[in-house]
Design a binder for this molecule. Structure first.
Ligand code: NDP
Ligand code: 8X3
Length: 249
């Protein structure tokens, strides 16, 4: 039975991936900060799931937990490096330093700690897979995206560079770059302002967390010799909006 490690497992894409992969016969290690959310998953999936209440920004704890996995979860085949967030959508110089640091520390540094801790285990497997959660924000510099866009550009470029470093191994790397998806993402971005978050998805179509899990599973099921480097996906209602030009400045 194959094993997947999924970060950001308490909500959105991560939670949907936990459910979809267990249904496909995987054992899953689920990581997030909210213990009560992970406990609900544990009640549902019992011995097929190992939960770790962990803030991925805690470097020492990331390595400690991954070095001390229970025996039945030690052989990780798939990493879904998914935990991440945006905070705010205003001009960069109006952001608090705390929010700037939280985005960088989670989306870049925590993401790297997880990758650094798990890749030595993946190297020992016959076939392994890394899915990194990038975003369309990596290549589309929208107003107020600033730090978030930058962190996701990092994820995209790191994914390609990592693929180079892993040449000659059986570890595949895919950067998943979604557009508009309805999860807790906007509620987190707008600091719990549900009305503002709901407006993002009002009167339009969006990708669901389950859709993302389906995309990941469909990539897992491709023939072994194929590596999908990157996949960008948007709902049918989303396209690009071109350049902004200030008049009479
Ligand atoms: P959600 O807010 O629904 O889920 C984010 C998950 O990350 C939660 O489980 C949260 O759990 C976890 N998380 C956040 N910070 C930490 C931390 N420091 N340590 C451990 N876990 C953490 O958002 P999505 O599912 O939408 O987002 C998943 C990923 O996909 C993110 O990287 C996001 O940037 C990216 N993405 C999202 C898009 C969207 O439109 N929704 C589009 C493109 C990319 P907890 O709070 O319990 O720690
Ligand atoms: C999340 C999608 O467009 O809000 O990564 O940046 S977007």
């Amino acid at each position: 039975m194959k094993t997947a490690l999924i970060t950001g497992a308490s909500s959105g894409f991560g939670e949907a991936c936990v459910k979809a992969l267990i249904q496909e016969g995987f054992k899953v290690i689920a990581i997030a900060r909210r213990k009560e959310k992970l406990e609900l998953l544990k009640q549902e999936f019992k011995e097929k799931l190992h939960t770790i209440t962990l803030d991925i920004r805690d470097k020492e704890k990331v390595f400690l937990e991954i070095q001390n996995l229970p025996k039945e979860f030690q052989e990780i085949d798939i990493l879904i490096n998914n935990a991440g967030l945006a905070l705010g959508q205003d001009e960069f110089d109006s952001l608090s330093l705390e929010d700037i640091e939280t985005m960088v520390d989670t989306n870049v540094k925590g993401f790297l700690y997880i990758a650094r801790a798990v890749i030595p285990i993946l190297r020992k497997q016959k076939n392994a897979y890394i899915f990194n959660l990038g975003s369309v924000a990596a290549t589309n510099a929208y107003f107020g995206g600033n730090v978030y866009c930058g962190t996701k550009a990092f994820v995209g470029q790191f994914s390609k560079a990592l693929r180079n470093d892993l040449r000659g191994t059986n570890i595949k790397v895919t950067n998943i770059a979604p557009g508009l998806c309805k999860t807790e993402f906007s509620e987190v971005r707008f600091k719990g302002d549900k009305e503002k978050a709901d407006k993002v998805y009002e009167n339009t179509k969006f990708i669901s967390a389950q859709d993302i899990a389906k995309v990941i599973l469909s990539i897992i099921h491709l023939p072994e010799h194929i590596n999908i480097n990157e996949i960008e996906l948007m709902p049918i209602t989303q396209t690009w909006n071109g350049f902004y030009i200030e008049k009479n400045q």
